[in-house]
Design a protein around this ligand. Structure first.
Ligand code: ADP
Ligand code: ASP
Ligand code: MG
Length: 404
């Protein structure tokens, strides 16, 4: 007998019929003799609907209240899920994040888990019951309800798997695994049977939203094997595991894209020491997560600095940069939310030259202009116009022959 954590995303529990079908799968896992801890997301698009409702009610949304609102979505799912299990004769009990002992810091909307006290879950398991935990939420060290950022139920599942010593954390979703590109954009994308934590981190960080980035970091740090699979077909999916050094590494494993960022440009920046330091320190102090940064060499003593930030952080970023203009003697601050990023991820890129040349040539052939470029050891990213990004993904997927 082993312990399995099974996490079901929004589409997987989208309506009553889906909840019953998924509960049936949990019941079968139990009958096979395994212990199960279930983690559920809010039903369907509930989280988006609640966010829209908040915006309709008021432009002012205190972060604490927004978290109170959003955590309600997962609470609905967990109670319905336990009812469905009870209807199938499975003894189950629901827990909010707080009741499950998920302790976070106080950063509402993007809280980090600092500790998991799983006592109540262990007691429930010992009593032969199936604990059903509301994903995406915890309780802060100040005793307020918090959320873990969009997609955060994945992180809940992995944190519980690590804390309870589960054999595997199964992430059930609406696609049958991790693909060589988003299968909604590239229908011929190939499902990866295995992917290393290292590559999965870069896939998640560059827009492959099938797993939340934090959940992959957590799984790697705590050695939790992840199995991403479909709650519609139940077929075996993708294993995210430690790298096997004997495996031949693909040059390019996946093409990803991200439309969640915006670009900020500060023009006429004096080319002297300390300017970038002041700008990015001020952004860091407002907790803005800066991604790609580009600064040109100056010709006449001034230059432009461009950087990308999550769209949600655009307002604070503009405020910070504009407030600094007089102090750093720069020209103006421009915002652009019509950008997107397309990336190649592959561990073999380290040892294979020429990947960037092929990427740039492919985009050029399609007349897609590259506005920014950034590289890491196993990732190559280009910022392009948002309305061209899907075409870019398809073209690169074909150029690197990633289809099945
Ligand atoms: P859930 O609600 O189950 O958490 P998400 O919508 O968060 O589901 O994640 C699943 C979605 O991720 C898929 O429907 C797919 O469109 C998208 N996706 C993006 N990139 C990839 C990829 N490389 N492989 C698989 N799915 C991907
Ligand atoms: N319901 C939350 C979201 O939509 C968390 C999750 O689904 O993982 O982001
Ligand atoms: Mg998700």
């Amino acid at each position: 007998m082993s312990l399995v954590v099974q996490k079901f995303g929004g589409t997987s529990v989208g309506d009553a019929e889906r909840i019953r079908a998924v509960a049936d799968h949990v019941a079968r896992t139990r009958r096979r003799g395994d212990d199960v801890v279930v983690v559920v997301s809010a039903m369907g698009k509930t989280t988006d609907d609640l966010l829209r409702l908040a915006t309709d009610v008021s432009p002012v949304q205190p972060p604490r209240e927004l978290d109170m609102l959003l955590t309600a979505g997962e609470r609905v799912s967990m109670a319905l899920f336990v009812m469905a299990l009870s209807g199938q004769g499975v003894d189950a009990v629901s827990f909010t994040g707080s009741q499950a002992g998920i302790i976070t810091d106080t950063a509402h909307g993007r809280a980090k888990i600092v500790e998991v006290r799983g006592d109540r879950l262990r007691d429930a398991l010992a009593a032969g019951r199936v604990p059903v935990v509301a994903g995406f939420q915890g309780v802060s060290t100040d005793r307020d309800v918090t959320t873990l950022g969009r997609g955060g139920s994945d992180t809940t599942a992995v944190a519980l798997a690590a804390s309870l010593g589960a054999e595997v954390c199964e992430i059930y979703t609406d696609v049958s695994g991790v693909f060589s590109a988003d299968p909604r954009i590239v229908p011929e994308a190939r499902r990866l049977a295995r992917v290393s934590f290292e590559e999965m981190l870069d896939i998640a960080a560059s827009g492959g939203r099938v797993l939340a980035l934090r959940s992959v970091e957590f799984a790697r740090n705590h050695h939790v094997p992840l199995h991403v699979r479909s709650s519609f077909t139940w077929e075996p999916g993708t294993w995210v595991v430690e790298e096997d050094p004997s495996m031949e590494q693909a040059v390019v494993t996946a093409v990803t894209h991200d439309t969640s960022e915006a670009k900020v440009t500060v023009t006429g920046v004096p080319d002297e020491p300390g300017i970038a330091a002041r700008l990015f320190r001020a952004l860091a102090d407002r907790h803005v997560n800066v991604d790609t940064i580009v600064q040109n060499v100056s010709v006449h003593g001034t230059t432009d600095i461009s950087f990308t930030v999550p769209k949600d952080d655009l307002g604070p970023s503009l405020e910070v940069a504009r407030a600094l203009l007089p102090e750093i003697g720069a020209g103006e601050v421009l915002a652009d939310d019509g950008i997107a990023k397309v990336s190649l991820v592959g561990a073999g890129m380290r040892t294979h030259p020429g990947v960037s040349a092929t990427m740039f040539e492919t985009l050029a052939t399609h007349g897609i202009n590259i506005e920014m470029i950034s590289t890491s050891t196993i990732r190559l990213s280009c910022v392009v116009r948002a309305d061209r990004v899907e075409e870019a993904v398809r073209a690169l997927h074909e150029a690197f022959e990633l289809s099945a």
